[in-house]
Structures are given as C-alpha cells and as structure tokens.
Design a protein around this ligand. Sequence first.
Ligand code: ZN
Ligand code: FE
Length: 255
Amino acid sequence: MPLEIRQIPCLSDNYGYLIRDEATGAVAAIDTPDVNAINDVLADAGWRLTHILNTHHHWDHAGGNLALKEKWQCEIIGPGAEADRIPGLDRAVGDGDIVKFGQSAAKVFDTPGHTSGHIIYYFAEDEAAFVGDTIFAMGCGRLFEGTPAQMWASLSKIAVLPPQTRLYCAHEYTQANASFALTVDPHNDDLKSRVREIDQLRASGTPTVPTTVAAELATNPFLRAEDEALKAAIGMSGAGAVDVFAETRRRKDNF
Ligand code: ZN
Ligand code: FE
C-alpha cells in the first residue's frame, strides 16, 4: 500500500512532512519544525498523528516534539546516537534498523556528518527517502559535528539507492546551492540546464524538493567528488574523493 506524503513549507526555508500509511491510517511527522503548521495540515486532512520520525536533534527538526506529543500521544522514534538530545524520544534506532509504520516500513541509515547521529529513513517500496539535512538539491548539510570522511561515506549511501528514489530534503536551499555548484562544476551541461529549470520553478514559488538520486548524481557537486572534470575545475586532478569533497565543502562554507 502506498504512502500519502504532504509537504509543509514552514519557518523561513524548512520543509516538514506528514506521511500517511493508507492501509492503516497511521500518520507520521518527519521532523517537527513548526507545531502550528503541522497541526493545521492534520486538521485540514482530518488525520491523527501517531508517530514522529526524527532525523537529528537540531531545533528546526525536533523542536516541536514535546508539544505534538502532548497533543497526540504519538510515539517518537529517532537516532540512538543522539538520543539524549531528542526531546520525548520513545524508541532509539540506528543503521540497518527497520521502522514499521502501519503496513509500510522504512530502513534506517546512519548518515553522520551534519550532526554526529543523523539518520535518514528509506521507504523502499515507495521509492522515497527522508534525508533531513544530509543532502539537499545540489547541496549537502554543513559539517557541524562530523568529518569530511564521515559525510562522504554518508552521502555515498544515498548515491547507491535506486536512481528514481525521491529525496525529501528538509530545506529549500536549491537556488543558493545551484549558484555555488556552477562555480566548482562550470562545464556540467546537466547542471546548467537544471539551474534554468530551478530558476523558473522558484520564480513561481514552486518547491524544488523532492529531488531524485539520479538528478543529484548528475548535478550535485558533493556527490561528484570522483568526477574528473570537477576535480580539474578546482585544481585537484588526481586527488582522492574525500579530499575533493572536503575542499568543495570548504569552498561552500565560504561562498
Ligand atoms: Zn540541521
Ligand atoms: Fe535543518
């Protein structure tokens, strides 16, 4: 049975998500960026919140946990590696765990780098992954609590998912990411045409998320640390992937 997915723009540039297992009516919030925005969508849809699935501890992802739990008595599932920083956590999960949600199931991947315990949720049957702040359209999360090697390994887990997998990122950072991507991957024709599409979508206020694994493999400089043209463009021909990734991330931090 399929999942129904509602995307909720909130705060300045976050996306919250509500997913409903159609077989059972179970409803999960992926992260809790904005309690009122989430409750409004639940009320409009006539849905009852049964679960919260957290990706990491940042306030714009777990800050609404306690208020939503108080209202709905929902079960909170989140990363065991940062359990002490997830408000109201009921069940800690980590790499390889299966989270049963109604008749749907998500596989958990550890994706440390942005935070030390960040996780993502992959619903294989639905070809959907909720990736928090690990990967964005043409970007990746800042390395607040991890090393370039950790983040490269985390991104590599996403890169090998089936190419049609939709990636539900937690922020609309796409246009800024695109501007940066052009500076390190200036000869990439897929990137150039994607930037034109993105600019058109944003001009009409349309979300550019979800993206797909295929689109990111072709245009996301943080997944392209093994691409010879990108390496040459930043003066790192012959360098290893982790070093190229680290330099790309360093440049983005200063962009
Ligand atoms: Zn974050
Ligand atoms: Fe965030």
